[in-house]
Ligand binder design. Structure first.
Ligand code: MG
Length: 229
C-alpha cells in the first residue's frame, strides 16, 4: 500500500478512538450493554459501524429499526448516560500500538498534528498529553464540545483544517471508522484508514478511504518507508 502524500503536506489530522487509543472494544461493549438494558438490540460489531456518530443518532437508528420511530429525548439521555457509566467501569484504554512512533515521526518532519474527535470523554482527552506529549494542544483539538454536526458531516474536519490554518489539499486524515472516513472525504482531505477493529476492510474502502492499513504499526512502517528512513 502506498501513501500518496500531498506535495504541500503541512498537517496530519488524527481521529482519537480506535486510532490513538485502543478504546473501541470498551465503547462497543458499553453500547451493547446499555442498549440491551433498554430493550434495543445493537451487537458489539455493529457498534463499530456507528463509531463517530453522536450518541443520539446511534440510539435513533436502532430505535427506528425496531419501532419505526425516533427515541424520546428522555430515553436518549437515559441510554447515553448508561453507556457512559458502562464505559467508565472498564480500565483506562491503552495507547494504540504504533501511534506514538508515527506521531513522533510526523512531528520530526515539522508537520502539524491535529486531533479531530467526536468524543467528549474527558478522561481520554486529558490523557492525550501523557501519551502524546506536545502533539495536541488546545489550539490543535476539535472535540464534541466544538462542533454542531458530528461525523459523517465534514464540519469537524473542516474545523480541524481551520485550526491548523491549512487547506484540505495540504492535509492528511487518519481514521478507523467508516463514518469518520466519510466526514474526512466530504471535507476534501486525503484519508488513510487504519482497520484497528473487527470490520471488513471493504467497509472502509467503500466509505471512500484513499488507502488502507491493517494497523497503526503498519501505517507507521509505511510512513517511514515513504520518506526513505
Ligand atoms: Mg475512531
Amino acid at each position: 500500500m502506498n501513501i500518496k502524500r500531498p506535495t504541500a503536506l503541512k498537517a496530519v489530522l488524527f481521529d482519537m478512538d480506535g486510532v490513538l487509543f485502543n478504546s473501541m472494544p470498551y465503547h462497543s461493549m458499553a453500547w451493547h450493554e446499555a442498549m440491551e438494558a433498554h430493550g434495543l438490540h445493537l451487537s458489539r460489531e455493529e457498534a463499530f459501524l456507528h463509531e463517530g456518530r453522536t450518541g443520539a443518532a446511534t440510539i435513533n437508528i436502532v430505535h427506528q429499526r425496531q419501532y419505526g420511530t425516533d427515541a424520546t429525548p428522555e430515553l436518549i439521555q437515559t441510554i447515553y448516560e448508561a453507556k457512559c457509566q458502562a464505559f467508565a467501569r472498564f480500565p483506562e484504554p491503552d495507547a494504540m500500538p504504533g501511534a506514538r512512533q508515527l506521531i513522533e515521526q510526523i512531528k520530526a518532519e515539522g508537520l502539524q498534528t491535529v486531533l479531530v474527535t467526536g468524543s467528549g470523554q474527558r478522561t481520554l482527552l486529558d490523557r492525550l498529553a501523557h501519551h502524546y506529549p506536545g502533539a495536541f494542544d488546545a489550539q490543535h483539538m476539535v472535540t464534541a464540545f466544538d462542533v454542531k454536526y458530528g461525523k459523517p458531516h465534514p464540519e469537524p474536519y473542516l474545523m480541524g483544517l481551520k485550526k491548523a490554518g491549512v487547506e484540505a489539499s495540504e492535509a492528511i486524515v487518519v481514521e478507523n471508522a467508516p463514518i469518520g472516513v466519510q466526514a474526512a472525504k466530504a471535507a476534501g482531505i486525503y484519508t488513510i484508514a487504519v482497520n484497528t477493529g473487527p470490520l471488513d476492510a471493504k467497509v472502509l474502502l467503500d466509505a471512500g478511504a484513499d488507502v488502507l492499513f491493517p494497523s497503526m504499526q503498519a501505517l507507521c512502517e509505511a510512513w517511514r518507508g515513504e520518506i526513505g528512513d
